[in-house]
Design a protein around this ligand. Sequence first.
Ligand SMILES: NC(=O)c1ccc[n+]([C@@H]2O[C@H](COP(=O)([O-])OP(=O)(O)OC[C@H]3O[C@@H](n4cnc5c(N)ncnc54)[C@H](OP(=O)(O)O)[C@@H]3O)[C@@H](O)[C@H]2O)c1
Length: 287
Amino acid sequence: MSRVKIGWIGLGYMGVPMARNLLAAGFEVILYNRTAAKAEGLGAALAASPAALAGGVDVVVTMLSDDAAQEAVLFGPGGVAEGLRPGQTVINMGTISPEASRRAAARLEDRGVAVLDAPVSGSVKPATDGTLVILVGGPAEAVARCQPIFDVLGKKTLHFGDSGQGANAKLAINMLLGTLIEATAETVRLGEALGLERGQVLEMIGESACVSPIFQLKVPALLADAYPPAFPLKHMAKDFRLIEAAAQAAGVDLPAARAVAARFAAAEAQDLGEQDVMAVISVAATA
Ligand SMILES: NC(=O)c1ccc[n+]([C@@H]2O[C@H](COP(=O)([O-])OP(=O)(O)OC[C@H]3O[C@@H](n4cnc5c(N)ncnc54)[C@H](OP(=O)(O)O)[C@@H]3O)[C@@H](O)[C@H]2O)c1
């Protein structure tokens, strides 16, 4: 597997450091991104289209925004599907719906291509450090074959089951993540409304049993009250739409998640979507 040739599609906040790590580990990597300029400086060949990329590699990895992007790149004109041949593997690492993951797997597996959904837990820093947690659904044999790739990108691979189960796992962990972010924002807002100083409120949380890695990561932004994107808020709003749909389909009532989903939707409506997810603290009062 170490001689495996990888086609990497998607060079956003996450895709760039992940592709860079594979190149640094010695993998042969060919890149494609809709906006070609984002590949500059990575030192890898750039394919003219997803189809052209797929034709020349063993494994195609996508790290794209959402279902629409994944559909366009896999099955649109000049898409990956046009270039694939039996025996290849496609890994989707973006956060897309479990249904889209399963549909893509069914379509491509019919053609002898192995498909994994492998979204990631962790943001730009773990992506840069190669310490993501990879949440996988799909055939065990393909997971085992792709393990050397996952080992470069992450510190842990968790195989949850069949196609779509990696995507489901990602929805579950992001429900907790988004709820922690909103709870942190509300704790700061409550403290300030009660006349407490923000720095001291953050110090108190940091010394409490409620401290977490995600909280610690967000302290500098909260102190500066400035939220340059690491995990763009629009992606968390998208994730909560997927969480609500999945919960409804599964018949499980999640009242806290429903309230948090409304906060991220309000943040998007107030043009905070391109800022970091922690910018949910800036949502103007809506009631
Ligand atoms: N950022 C994080 O901390 C984080 C953490 C875990 C998971 N995720 C998930 O990982 C995925 C990628 O996140 P990111 O932060 O790297 O996103 P991003 O910076 O917004 O990058 C999105 C990528 O998707 C491409 N894209 C979007 N629409 C497309 C379309 N219609 N056709 C072709 N390409 C399209 C973009 O191409 P262009 O460059 O041309 O726009 C870009 O390469 C998302 O699903 C996100 O929810 C993100």
